[in-house]
Design a protein around this ligand. Structure first.
Ligand SMILES: [Zn+2]
Length: 299
């Protein structure tokens, strides 16, 4: 494919490269669709955005005139998962988590290929700055083994803690039950007061009570109801918080128990448990785990 009206200064017409063609074929915009909601804020008012998975994008069909008709699109479509023709290098689970302890640059994975006699990770600094000396490198077999051992040790310790969590869970459960009981009591008491108010009004309406004493009693019932509502709301908030803590404790336990001993470092395992790994020059490894501490994310 060529675009003759866009000849370069030297008069040559550059052909479209495969990257541009793929970008068009992969883009449903050319089908007339408008997609939005591709990212969301991390929290309200936050500048940091989180990518929303493609399946959850909001799409307006027939938004503009399509360049490609759906039938043709289907034939050449590379949109569905697994059919992407982009080159997939050998994906290593630790890539993206590894950083050089010396300079802070990320570390790349060098698989067995060509001149590479052993698999290894290398600090990217020399590549980026195009300097010759390598900052930090680490044998991949060794590093993966080290990380796996560290993770298993961590899981073992946390597994013991999880057993202790059993008692925390039963404590949380009893607190939840106690609060639920209090809330039920509040509601029952309010119902009673309502019945009292109704009866009072009836007796007043039928002339059995004078206006002053009716007013006094009615106000007192109103006050009691209001304070019960406030109490109920307070307990409700406490309950909500407790249920959230309980859910987290349980979740943490399940996660730790499910992965109590790992044989291989898969992408899933790395994503769940590892935040960052710093590789130091003296071949020491420092890991930042993804575990939650007391129900909160770790630093
Ligand atoms: Zn470095």
């Amino acid at each position: 494919m060529r675009c003759p009206e866009r000849a370069e200064k030297d008069g040559r017409v550059r052909a479209w490269d495969n990257v541009s063609v793929r970008a068009v074929l992969n883009n449903r915009f050319y089908l007339g669709e408008m997609a939005y909601g591709k990212s969301k804020r991390k929290s309200a008012g936050s500048k940091a955005g989180i990518d929303v998975p493609m399946e959850e994008w909001k799409v307006i069909p027939d938004h503009h005139e399509p360049l490609v008709i759906p039938e043709d699109y289907e034939k050449v479509c590379l949109f569905h998962k697994g059919a992407d023709t982009a080159r997939k290098g050998e994906k290593n689970p630790l890539v993206g988590k590894l950083f050089c302890g010396g300079c802070g640059y990320s570390m790349t994975y060098k698989p067995l290929r060509g001149k590479n006699k052993y698999r290894r990770y290398e600090c990217r600094k020399h590549e980026v700055l195009q300097i010759r000396s390598r900052c930090t490198y680490f044998n991949a077999d060794l590093l993966e083994e080290t990380v796996l051992t560290m993770l298993n040790r961590e899981l073992m310790v946390r597994g013991d803690a999880a057993k202790e969590n059993q008692s925390l869970i039963s404590f949380q459960k009893s607190c939840i039950a106690r609060l639920e009981k209090k809330i039920t009591e509040c509601r029952g008491r309010k119902k009673q007061l309502q019945a009292e108010a109704d009866a009072l009004y009836e007796s007043y309406a039928f002339g059995a009570a004078c206006a002053v004493s009716y007013r006094q009693k009615a106000d007192s019932i109103k006050e009691q109801t209001a304070s019960l509502s406030a109490e109920e709301e307070k307990h409700g908030k406490e309950l909500e918080q407790l249920q959230e803590e309980y859910r987290r404790t349980e979740e943490d336990m399940k996660q730790v128990i499910r992965y109590s001993h790992l044989e291989v470092l898969t992408q899933e395992v790395v994503d769940i448990f590892i935040k960052k790994i710093y590789v130091l020059k003296d071949k020491r490894v420092e890991t930042q785990w993804n575990f939650r501490e007391n129900g909160k994310e770790t630093e």
